[in-house]
Design a protein around this ligand. Sequence first.
Ligand code: AMP
Ligand code: MG
Length: 330
Amino acid sequence: MSQVDQQVINNAAEILRQGGLVAFPTETVYGLGANALDGRAVAKIFKAKGRPQFNPLIVHVGSLEAIEALCHVPAVARKLADAFWPGPLTLVLARKSDCPVSELVSAGLPTLAVRIPAHPLARTLLKTADIPICAPSANRSGHVSATQATHVSSDLGLRVDFILDGGKTSHGLESTIVAISEIKTPDIANDTSQNNEVFLLRAGAIKTSTLENLLGYKITKRTNMIGAQAHAPGQLESHYAPATTLRLNASSLHKGEALLAFGPNQPKHDGPCKNLSPTGELEEAAANLFSFLRELDTCKASRIAVMPIPAEGLGEAINDRLNRAAAPRP
Ligand code: AMP
Ligand code: MG
């Protein structure tokens, strides 16, 4: 790589470290990248794409060692990693308790989707930035994925701070996504014809049969998203929902409630309270949403009262998440 190229990558890496958005080529499609450790940077991805919902994002990492700092990597995951990384395979693994990646990246799930991309520019960017980069496809929500830098600029324009131009991406097919459960049910653990720790979440660039040939057994397909800690179908949770019930659009507090506040006009409250953004910024609120919900959920409050959040911009996705958390449970 020439001096100029490395200089361009240095700039892109610096923008990422400073919390900006950088579009970069991978071997699948162009990704819209942000520093996965920085919740506000991650929130910018949803804003730029105009996504009305928070869905979990894939984290791109440069090495298996870097992944081990974030997630539990059981033996079967290591086997898949050795065979297919760098490459278009995404593994959904259990987050470590001290995982520094923003909870917004996981959309509140206890898992993280990770992969080591093969594209040389993506790899150099990851090495130079030296941070995990979360990146969905670099297009507006509902539009087709970008396979050229010009697609990114015409679709996202000034919503992206920098576009690393690597020409056309090679195959345009998405990565294959496999979830790994940490736990095998003991009664089938020794049965080599069955397996309950590897699940196919999305078919993609690596064929299922190729994975099955390596593993020596059939992989169960799952269309719903699962947490890697869930090990019985009844426990599968598509999204994190707090155990404590929520009361939305609260302007005052009832006795025993915890408060999830937003903006400067917070009602007086002696009980547990977190303010998503005291200055009323939606990016900050999105960055804090999942960790604050989780924290208030541990307070043993009778209910969590949530102040109104404006419905524009990122507020749409925040309200979607809150509405679903407040919906009656089966
Ligand atoms: P893309 O927007 O093409 O990068 O797709 C990301 C895919 O990864 C989506 O289908 C997500 O649902 C899936 N995904 C990301 N993180 C997780 C996770 N923790 N658990 C399950 N699926 C995930
Ligand atoms: Mg997409």
